[in-house]
Design a protein around this ligand. Structure first.
Ligand code: HEC
Length: 219
């Protein structure tokens, strides 16, 4: 009887719009009926949420396990191609240059070329390039290097095929090389000055003095 009366009371309060929110209605002194109804409903809801969370977590763990397993199967069964010939995979061709560029940008020091831009340094750069780089990257006036093209990824034909690098980024690439490719780390074979001379040469290759151009052709 008491509960019925309270419910009627509550209905009246709702219809007379004195109750502003459900929260008001849920206070025990206002409506024992609604309150006692809401406790099991809230508990049920909480259990449902917990069940859903458990399902999501289980799904994530299973997906991860499946990914690890397929990675293991692909690598252990020898399904990964490792030959250096054949077409360059489109996925790698798209992802790797971005990865390389981002890493070079992060690691390069940002310093400017300390070697003066003059004919002597440019000529020295040509000599080093001919001795160390041309066999893979070819010479500007020469044929594309078949040797350089046989790497995976192929050596770009310099300086034309080069990415947009700043001086210090170019210095970094030449000094430290590129992992898992044919590009060696020249830091153990060339001095910093020789590397900066190469940087000057590559960066100014479109606009070289005639005496430096002639140096390319000398044997
Ligand atoms: C044995 C072959 C080989 C030699 C020698 C070599 N390189 Fe490379 N180089 C490569 C290959 C292969 C790549 C491509 C790596 C890649 O794409 O990830 C490369 C990449 C580069 C790049 C990056 C180009 C870009 O666009 O990202 C530069 C710069 C470079 N080499 C400069 C030189 C210089 C300067 C020398 C000489 C001191 C030299 N390399 C000698 C094989 C070689």
């Amino acid at each position: 009887m008491l509960i019925d009366a309270r419910a009627v009371d509550l209905e009246a309060e709702f219809s007379s719009s004195r109750v502003e929110s459900i929260a008001d209605a849920l206070t025990p002194d206002r409506s024992l009926f609604v309150y006692t109804l809401m406790v099991p409903v809230a508990a049920w809801h909480q259990r449902a949420v917990r069940r859903k969370m458990k399902k999501i977590l289980l799904g994530a763990v299973l997906t991860l396990a499946l990914l690890l397993l397929s990675g293991l199967v692909v690598t252990r069964l020898g399904l990964m191609p490792v030959s250096a010939d054949g077409a360059h995979s489109r996925l790698e061709a798209r992802i790797m240059p971005t990865v390389l560029h981002a890493s070079v940008v992060r690691h390069a020091s940002g310093e400017t070329n300390p070697v003066a831009l003059n004919e002597d340094h440019l000529k020295a750069g040509v000599d080093t390039y001919k001795a160390m780089c041309a066999r893979c990257h070819s010479k500007p006036d020469g044929e594309a290097s078949v040797y350089g093209q046989s790497f995976y990824p192929p050596a770009p034909q310099l300086p034309k095929g080069m990415s947009q690098y700043t001086d210090s980024q170019l210095f970094w690439v030449i000094k430290h090389g590129i992992r898992n490719t044919g590009m060696p780390a020249w830091g153990s074979m060339l001095s910093d000055e020789e590397i900066w001379q190469l940087v000057s040469l590559l960066r100014n290759s479109q606009d070289l003095p005639p005496s430096v151009e002639a140096q390319w052709k000398e044997r």
